[in-house]
Design a protein around this ligand. Structure first.
Ligand code: GLC
Length: 561
């Protein structure tokens, strides 16, 4: 242990038990601002035919979290339940240093403030996905202005015409990142944005639009300011994003078909197809949009489509992406080449394609959503973001959420290691690495996206721990992070099977590593913040499970024949 560690957050002390009690109380505490916000909620749900009211209880659209503590003073420095760790102050300073201004107004945070690094690449830009933990930290500290400005700036960028060579991108696409150019002589600021047309690999960021919707709801819930989400511009922005992913095509699955590198893992890593990372974000953003879309002439149609999609998506994910000991055993014994709707092995997965590692990795207790499912292809790798977001969005049933946490406990060394948290497990190596990554030197085994450890994921872990009532897991992980992050200058990622080494090409002072830590601390300190990024289970979406019952085809009428 390097820095002085707060005795109150030790996993085995009785003070920790006291914290658990305080935590339980906080989770139970009455929501104070429900009254004045009720009308918006009621309007959001009133016209639905399916019981979507249960998708969300009143108190999970809004929280009482908006306190008027001194702006600029991290509220976590004045907490009564938790003493601040000395790192918290430095983290706030570093986060503020990363702020980006447009016409003197804060509009985001740059990806990394690493002056020692020779190559800036695009780390001096504001990335949409990277800004999310910064935004949550600012909201939790009652500084919503920067979040509002960011939401409006990116919405404005969405309106740009986007092209790659002679091809025009869909209207709804949100940028991966943007940059503010200051002209000191003219005293003007201009924006440049990247929608994938400059990105390495030229892939559009599918996750950006989803994060934008999720953040709009977090802002709305935390501040109680419904006026932003209700503006014509925000309503239109949401509809445009949704139009891109709800459009009908040749799909036979409700999951979203994606190119490799279209999310946080933005280089070729074999996640093309139906990656869990995107499906969980898709699900979360559909649920968030449902809470915010107006039921006017244009919004109503989207609401209906979202409700249908959510039902199909949760069924599909919970049935076909879920893997536990029993399910693995079933797949191992699958028959192949089954034709027609009585098939058990619907996607014709050949048991020989199950990798050896998964048999040892799978504990008796626990389970997870696998990386990808498509014809004859199951990617059995573990992906942290997708699984944690599945818990937060309630894509995972309560039983599945518990099982995911069980798995993380059972496989602590593999998934958390010495510095939390593995982005994916296991790494791909040798011939497979050559084929899958295209020999990517940045994604060698146990480095970067290929089994590297990313401190930013700590906030998602902490939130999931609180939601499943297991804060002690988050405390253990945060303690590990506290023993390294500051000392190592807040790296972007760590390498090695245990995440012990600062990543080969990791930036220092990576903003989302800093913000992710702060969000984790503030979540533990005041678990009522959880409502900003978590949704309760929808009882109307109760699962299945009869594996061969998904095919329905209406018989034609005699007259039609
Ligand atoms: C890298 C990461 C990506 C992140 C960006 C900025 O490209 O893969 O997820 O958004 O850096 O930090």
């Amino acid at each position: 242990m390097d820095g002085p560690v707060n005795s109150k957050v030790g996993p085995t002390t009785s003070a920790a038990d006291a914290d658990d009690l305080a935590l339980a109380k906080l989770l139970d505490k009455p929501k104070l601002k429900i009254e004045r916000k009720r009308s918006f909620d009621e309007r959001s749900f009133s016209e639905l035919t399916i019981n979507v009211r249960q998708l969300e209880s009143y108190d999970s659209l809004y929280s009482p979290g908006y306190r008027s503590s001194g702006i600029g003073t991290p509220s976590s420095l004045g907490g009564e339940v938790f003493d601040p760790h000395p790192m918290v102050g430095e983290a706030w300073e570093a986060l503020r240093r990363s702020m980006v201004y447009f016409n003197q107004q804060p509009v985001g945070t740059i990806a990394a403030y690493d002056h020692a690094s020779e190559e800036v690449l695009n780390y001096d830009q504001v990335f949409v996905r990277d800004f999310v933990p910064s935004a949550l930290a600012f909201l939790m500290n009652n500084e919503p202005e920067i979040v509002k400005n960011f939401l409006l700036k990116t919405l404005h960028l969405q309106g740009w015409e986007k092209r790659v060579d002679r091809f025009k991108l869909g209207e709804g696409a949100m940028p991966a990142s943007f940059k503010v150019l200051h002209n000191p002589t003219r005293k003007t600021d201009t924006l440049i944005a990247d929608f994938g047309e400059s990105a390495i690999g030229r892939v559009a960021p599918v996750d950006s639009g989803f994060w934008w919707i999720i953040l709009l709801r977090a802002y709305t819930k935390h501040t109680g300011d419904i006026s932003l989400a209700e503006t014509d511009d925000c309503q239109r922005g949401m509809r445009l994003i949704l139009a891109l992913c709800l459009s009908e095509g040749f799909d036979t699955f409700p999951t979203l078909l994606c190119a490799d590198g279209c999310s946080m893992i933005d280089r070729r890593m074999g996640i093309y197809g139906y990656p869990i990372e995107i499906q969980a974000l898709f699900f979360m953003s559909l649920r968030c949009a449902l809470l915010m879309l107006k039921h006017d002439a244009e919004g109503k149609e989207f609401v209906e489509r979202i409700v249908k999609r959510l039902h199909a998506l949760s069924y599909h994910m919970r049935s076909y992406f879920w893997l536990d000991f029993q399910q693995l055993n079933d797949i191992y014994r699958y028959k192949t080449e089954e034709y027609s709707h009585t098939a058990v092995n619907k996607f014709n997965v050949i048991p020989d394609s199950i990798p050896d590692w998964v048999f040892d990795f799978m504990p008796c207790r626990g389970g997870y959503f696998i990386g990808n499912v498509s014809p004859a292809r199951m990617d059995f790798r573990w992906f942290a973001l997708g699984n944690l977001m599945a818990i937060l969005s309630s894509l995972a049933t309560p039983e599945q959420s518990t099982a995911i946490m069980d798995l993380m406990e059972e496989r602590w060394e593999e998934l958390i290691g010495e510095v939390p948290l593995k982005i994916t497990y296991p790494a791909i190596e040798s011939h497979e690495w050559r084929i899958v990554t295209g020999c990517d030197p940045k994604n060698t085994r146990w480095s970067y996206h290929n089994g590297g450890s990313w401190p930013v994921l700590l906030w998602l872990l902490t939130a999931a721990c609180i939601k499943t009532g297991r804060p002690q897991i988050a405390r253990r992980a945060i303690e590990l992070a506290e023993s390294r992050l500051q000392k190592d200058s807040w790296p972007e990622y760590y390498d090695g099977t245990l995440g012990r080494y600062v990543g080969k090409q990791a930036r220092k002072f990576q903003t989302w590593s800093i913000a992710g830590y702060l969000v984790s601390k503030m979540l533990l300190e005041d678990p009522s913040h959880l409502g900003m990024i978590s949704l309760e289970e929808d009882k109307a979406m109760k699962p299945l499970i009869k594996r061969s019952a998904s095919w329905t085809c209406a018989k034609p009428n005699k007259e039609d024949m």
